[in-house]
Design a protein around this ligand. Structure first.
Ligand SMILES: [Zn+2]
Length: 328
């Protein structure tokens, strides 16, 4: 985004920050992307903002799980000392996926929203998610998005982006015990590869209803300097864009973190398979409450000891990078 009029660590007034979000929104549009953009900043004494990261929706590039807000998180990279005091400014009201990423995973508490026209969710939900929403109407941002979203040529892409399947979807696969063992062996190998590369030992697979693995990854937060790249998200992004996540299963060596949970809540993933819940259970019960099949395997101490050892050797702050702020 070299042609933008600002760069990381520039210090802008709040009005200029909002115009900068519009600039990123137009930049996305110019690249054929959905015009939703975000900037993450730190509020300085005197009310000006230091720009820490910016980005936009990437679905038109075939990358699921990167909304405007997540694009800004990717652009920001990891920050020592945590994210609690940062401010996320978004061109559109953050959806529950982005709320989970910003608030429950990173711990960002303040979200500024620059569109009061196109998407007006129940904003008390933001408070339930631990977010204070501040809504300001930026007319150029509202007009840019309204024009895009009301154009019927964009309907399929938009539905995919917000997790609405445009066709019939089949049920996720009912795996045999043997199939489950093979899948979890593979996820476990990914966990170990991640560990060797300085990540938490958690592996993830996305498997379709035919039993084919369409995405696989360890966590990639260190490797890509992207705080949103937990194992489930990295595997999902590797799977590419589809609109039928209901026939897909997310396989995880350990319970789903808040970002992985939102893949069920927002994008309708069909089934969860977890290797072990003894060390980290995460949002397993929340996925059950969404009425999705959940299989918790008992992979024994080999799988547990790996994560236990990592947690013993790493700080709570490091663990929260992968498991969300609820991790003590
Ligand atoms: Zn979103």
């Amino acid at each position: 985004m070299s042609e933008l009029s600002f760069k990381k660590h520039d210090i802008l007034s709040e009005g200029d920050l909002d115009d900068a979000v519009h600039e990123v929104q137009l930049h996305a549009l110019g690249k054929g992307m959905i015009p939703i953009a975000g900037i993450i900043s730190r509020l300085l004494p005197g009310g000006r903002h230091e720009i820490l990261g910016f980005g936009h929706n990437e679905l038109a590039d075939g990358v699921p799980g990167v909304h405007g807000e997540t694009g800004a998180v990717k652009g920001m990279g990891r920050i020592q000392g945590g994210y609690a005091d940062l401010i996320a400014t978004s061109s559109l009201s953050p959806c529950p996926f982005c709320q989970c990423t910003l608030a429950r995973h990173l711990g960002i508490k303040t979200v500024r929203i620059l569109d009061d026209l196109n998407y007006r969710p129940d904003r008390s939900d933001y408070q339930k998610a631990g977010i204070t929403p501040i809504v300001r109407s930026h007319q150029k941002i509202e007009q840019t998005f309204a024009k895009w979203v009301n154009d019927s040529r964009h309907e399929t892409l938009w539905k995919r982006d917000i997790g609405i399947s445009s066709g019939p979807t089949s049920a996720p696969r009912r795996f045999t015990t043997e199939e489950l063992a093979v899948l979890m062996d593979r996820a476990d190998r990914l966990a170990r590869e991640g560990l060797a590369q300085g990540e938490i030992p958690i592996g993830a697979l996305i498997v379709d209803d035919l039993g084919q693995v369409v995405g696989a990854s360890s966590a990639r937060i260190v490797a890509t300097n992207d705080p949103s790249s937990v194992a489930a998200m990295a595997a999902w992004r590797a799977a590419g864009s589809r609109d039928d996540w209901g026939r897909h299963t997310l396989v995880l060596t350990h319970g789903p973190d808040p970002i992985a949970y939102s893949m069920f809540k927002v994008f309708g993933f069909g089934q969860l398979i977890v290797g072990s819940n003894r060390i980290y259970e995460g949002s397993t019960d929340e996925v059950r409450r969404l009425d999705r099949p959940v299989v918790v395997m008992d992979r024994g101490p080999q799988c547990d000891d790996l994560l236990k050892g990592w947690l013993r050797e790493n700080s709570a702050e490091r663990a929260q990078e992968y498991l969300g702020t609820a991790w003590r």
